[in-house]
Design a protein around this ligand. Structure first.
Ligand SMILES: [Fe+2]
Length: 398
């Protein structure tokens, strides 16, 4: 029994949250303000007017750029800039506005507050600039007086702090959800002896297949960013219902009787019900809601002969259809008490053969493409096992 999530992986999962920890306020820890303007005089006046500015016990540290391009580089080097005082007309008529677009879309900094300052309002009419660009304030350079600049700066910093606080809360909620998911999956794993890294491989394969399907083709609309963010982790909960299956069945080294199979099959609905209950406590799509669809649907078959509901084709949730492929491939290529691992080539052949009957053919196709590209989602490729004498197919994913 191995721990399903390795320490380095956990570190990575929580690294982003740590980076968002609030910094203690101190005089030595000033707010960074980036001034982007091609006129030296504007820089000088800003420094002069805001020289003794303080907010929440912290002063200001100015970074100065004289072109939009230099401003972009400084922001990349200093992602903790709180406010940008930005000119419109610099190396080109719209250099400032183009920089706003670059900051939000390319650099991906949604936190920094942007105060647009223009000498010629005609170049960037206020209403239009506000509507079309993600700026937070708009001032004309005639408003460079001490008082106006002070109120603009306080407003921007307060806003910046609020956004950071909300982001921190959001990350904490996400992290505790993730911790819950990992703990739950661990519980189910403890009961199921020989799965080892099974859930981690399922997570990676599910993510890889979803990314592939999301890139183009008929599923690219359904597979949005939220789906991609949640589906891999949700997939590790696919067998969570096995918590409710007696050990004498789950760990039986021999073939199950028909009656025992009946019991085993209840894990799909049990898992779904458990996760639905949890999902009801979390608004919107979550690991739990997607996980519920996966737990309940991962043994359904494309032609309607699966369980627990006998759903057909598109009636089966997309996330469950993806996990079905990842799960069966993993079961076939893994060692079990009752079978040797199949060589990947034969397992892929089985998937291909069952595309359109057991599996969604588009998903099998995506997985085959991934494998052809050298990515079958395996974490530690083990030495190739000799092909079994007579590969006998069992209900593979149990
Ligand atoms: Fe299952």
């Amino acid at each position: 029994m191995e721990d399903m999530t390795r320490p380095d992986e956990m570190d990575q999962l929580f690294a982003e949250e740590e980076a968002l920890e609030p910094r203690p306020a101190s005089k030595d820890d000033p707010w960074k303000v980036l001034v982007v303007d091609d006129e030296e005089q504007v820089h000088a006046v800003t420094r002069l007017v805001l020289g003794d500015f303080e907010f929440q016990g912290r002063g200001l540290k100015f970074l100065n750029a004289y072109t939009a391009q230099a401003g972009a580089s400084l922001l990349v080097e200093n992602p903790d800039v709180a406010v940008i005082l930005l000119d419109v007309v610099m190396e080109s008529e719209h250099a400032g506005l183009e920089l706003v677009h670059k900051i939000r879309e390319e650099i991906g900094n949604r936190f920094v507050r942007i105060v647009l300052r223009t000498g010629q309002p005609g170049q960037a009419p206020e209403k239009q600039a506000f509507l079309e660009y993600d700026i937070n304030d708009y001032r004309t350079k005639t408003e460079l007086t001490a008082e106006k600049l002070f109120t603009a700066m306080v407003g921007a910093l307060r806003n910046y702090e609020d956004i950071k606080r909300i982001k921190r809360l959001f990350e904490q909620v996400k992290a505790s959800q993730l911790a819950t998911v990992v703990a739950m999956a661990d519980l189910a794993e403890y009961k199921d002896e020989d799965t080892g890294d099974h859930v981690l491989r399922i997570k990676r394969r599910t993510e890889a297949i979803a990314r592939k399907l999301g890139a183009s083709g008929p599923y690219s609309v359904a597979i949005n960013e939220t789906f991609l963010e949640l589906v891999g982790t949700a997939a590790i909960l696919h067998d969570i219902g096995k918590i409710g299956i007696p050990d004498r069945i789950l760990q039986k080294p021999a073939k199950l009787t028909a009656e025992e199979w009946e019991v085993m099959r209840t894990h799909a609905l049990m898992g779904e019900h458990l996760l639905r209950k949890l999902a009801a406590m979390v608004p919107g799509p979550s690991f739990m809601s997607i996980g519920a669809n996966i737990a309940g649907g991962h043994h359904e078959k494309w032609n309607g002969t699966g369980y627990p509901r006998g759903l057909k084709g598109q009636e089966i949730p997309l996330e469950a259809r993806i996990v079905a492929v990842a799960d069966v491939y993993d079961a076939l290529t893994s060692r079990r008490a009752y079978k040797e691992p199949w060589p990947p080539k034969e397992a892929l052949e089985a998937l291909r053969r069952d595309a359109g009957s057991h599996f969604d053919p588009l998903i099998v196709e995506a997985f085959l493409e991934l494998v052809a590209e050298g990515n079958d989602g395996t974490i530690e490729p083990s030495a190739p096992a000799p092909p079994p004498e007579t590969p006998e197919r069992k209900e593979p994913a149990e």
